[in-house]
Design a protein around this ligand. Sequence first.
Ligand SMILES: Cc1cc2nc3c(=O)[nH]c(=O)nc-3n(C[C@H](O)[C@H](O)[C@H](O)COP(=O)(O)OP(=O)(O)OC[C@H]3O[C@@H](n4cnc5c(N)ncnc54)[C@H](O)[C@@H]3O)c2cc1C
Ligand code: SF4
Length: 328
Amino acid sequence: MRAFEYVVADSAASARALAQEVDGARFYAGGTTLVDLMKGDVERPPRVVDISRLPLTAVELRDGVLRIGALARNSDVANHPLVKRHFPALSEALLSGASGQIRNAATIGGNLLQRTRCPYFRETRWRCNKREPGSGCDALDGFNRTHAVLGTSDACIATYPGDLAVALSALSAAIVIAGEGGERNVSLDEFYYLPGDSPQIETALAPGELITGVELLADPMHERSHYLKVRDRASYEFALVSVACAVELDGQRIVTARLSLGGIATVPWPAYEATRVLKGAVADEATFRRAAEAALAGAVPRRHNAFKIELAQRAIVRALRTVCGGAR
Ligand SMILES: Cc1cc2nc3c(=O)[nH]c(=O)nc-3n(C[C@H](O)[C@H](O)[C@H](O)COP(=O)(O)OP(=O)(O)OC[C@H]3O[C@@H](n4cnc5c(N)ncnc54)[C@H](O)[C@@H]3O)c2cc1C
Ligand code: SF4
């Protein structure tokens, strides 16, 4: 591991100032992503700014908006009564991630900024445009079973690996960012950038900016929400495919819905085409199937990952059946 400078921030303002002083500085929250990447020489921050003691851990409901502090631990948020009651998909997504020990250390802000699990990114002897812009991508013709079929480019086909952000997308959440001009909210769907020809730029966060929290509207529709994760083994594994959905029903008719996908796209994927199919339709198997087909219509498979298309369609149907039937 390379030598680096370690400094501790005592406020959000000092955290930003300490990070801005040094190019390539990184914040340390729970450390469960950052330290792994530093040990593997994938990330080489000259300065690490410890933000773990900042008072950004509250989970509060005010005026119909739930605000979750960026340093709240994944396990605390997953088990919080307000989250379980108003946003079941959020609780389910967090509980499906990693292991109990990691969830106890991991924070909400750090989770949103986890990097891809593409093995070519995490092993420095391979060519990777995300790690070394312009170097090439060994995943394109390599073993790409876990890679994306949606939102890809000729430069990068890596999946966004997290669960939390997929649920937050379906729940229309906003990320609260502290930057030069104070705090601003960015919707989850605008926070993540498609790889295009610059896969190293992943989010709307500028250098030195700090995520201070996440905000969600306590809409009754969000109480009828669900997160389904399909993976190679039952726990302690990233998603091959995941589905987050929230629906408002009037009898058997779907008034409105949101559906987002994980594990198969380069960013948490809002399935707008599926949402259009669902709105106003009868909540039955035929509708669910049409929505699933619409969601995957633009998929571009590679040599080893075509199976994800059918898997995702089946997962969408199952998740919608669960959320519309009320059975969980
Ligand atoms: C073995 C293993 C299995 C895992 N399985 C899953 C899984 O199944 N599903 C899943 O979703 N995740 C999974 N994870 C990822 C895990 O949930 C994340 O590592 C964790 O949430 C990151 O949070 P952290 O606080 O430890 O982040 P850190 O490692 O401290 O930080 C991660 C990155 O975010 C930046 N950062 C942190 N906080 C802020 C902030 N407030 N503002 C701006 N930048 C910030 C840091 O500078 C760093 O670049 C797994 C991780 C491991 C190691
Ligand atoms: S898919 Fe993306 S992250 Fe993986 S090797 Fe290619 S450029 Fe790197």
